[in-house]
Design a protein around this ligand. Structure first.
Ligand SMILES: [Zn+2]
Length: 261
């Protein structure tokens, strides 16, 4: 929900999927229903905040960047473990995994792989927009944006938000991605935080995990760390690390001026 300029602001509230389903079940029961809603929230003036980023600099093409990200803020219910603590932890883990493989097997990404924890996704996408607007971006070329923001569940694949040339190349990696249970590669929307960069023509990738239980927790008090299975979370990080590393080594077909989807 957002307010348009010039329109009188009326109180508004969002309820979680769980509560919405409970409410509609009660309504279906046919009994008269009264809901008491106490809203104590306020919109305070904007204050400075920041994205948090770290990277492994590419050995040959350091100015070409693959981002692996999630968002640092959470809905003001629960602790935001799945949404999006999982995505942040997976971005850090993906880089740590690649760094470890560099130390142990000498695998070094040709292009830069950067973990970005975007600030303020839930309340206005300011981190994602700020990332694109940052003057530091002018000297960089972004090759791909990868995001995990659909829960820390067992990975199944990635949604690929890119033109047909990129999709054709990525779909060829199905067999190798299947080795980490992430071979379901489909055209689709990638992620909210990375959407401002994807809108400029950079290919976007959204981790697509098992989604059967996400809305048991999403934006509710129940989104706490005990709901995240460590092994499933790790598998998602591994899938992101593998995809980021392949793109870092192989690159992607450059985007035409106008995108055909
Ligand atoms: Zn989220």
């Amino acid at each position: 929900m957002g307010y348009q300029d010039g329109v009188k602001k009326i109180p508004a509230a969002a309820i979680s999927t769980r509560d919405a389903e409970k409410l509609s079940a009660l309504l279906r029961g046919g009994e008269p229903l009264r809901v008491r809603l106490i809203l104590s929230c306020r919109t305070l003036p904007d204050a400075p905040s920041a994205n948090v980023a770290g990277e492994i600099t590419g050995t040959e093409k350091p100015g070409e960047v693959i981002v692996v990200g999630g968002h640092l803020d959470a809905w003001d219910k629960g602790s935001g473990a799945h949404d999006d603590g999982a995505g942040c932890v997976q971005a850090i883990e993906a880089l740590d995994l690649i760094r470890t493989l560099g130390r142990t097997l000498g695998l070094k990404p040709v292009r830069t792989i950067r973990a970005v924890m975007f600030m303020n996704e839930e309340n206005g996408l300011r981190g994602g927009r700020g990332y694109v607007a940052d003057p530091l971006r002018r000297s960089e070329k972004h090759v791909a944006m990868i995001e995990s923001d659909a829960g820390g569940f067992a990975p199944r694949g990635f949604f690929v938000d890119a033109d047909s040339a990129v999709r054709t190349q990525v779909f060829r990696w199905k067999t190798v991605m299947e080795k980490v249970n992430a071979g379901r590669l489909l055209a689709g929307r990638s992620g909210v935080d990375i959407s401002p960069m994807v809108a400029t023509g950079v290919p976007g990738f959204g981790l697509d995990p098992e989604n059967h239980r996400y809305f048991d927790y999403h934006h509710s008090d129940k989104d706490t760390p005990d709901k995240v299975n460590p092994r499933e979370l790790e598998m998602g990080a591994i899938a992101e690390a593998l995809l980021a590393y392949i793109i870092a080594q192989e690159g992607l077909p450059s985007e035409p001026a106008t995108r055909s989807r």
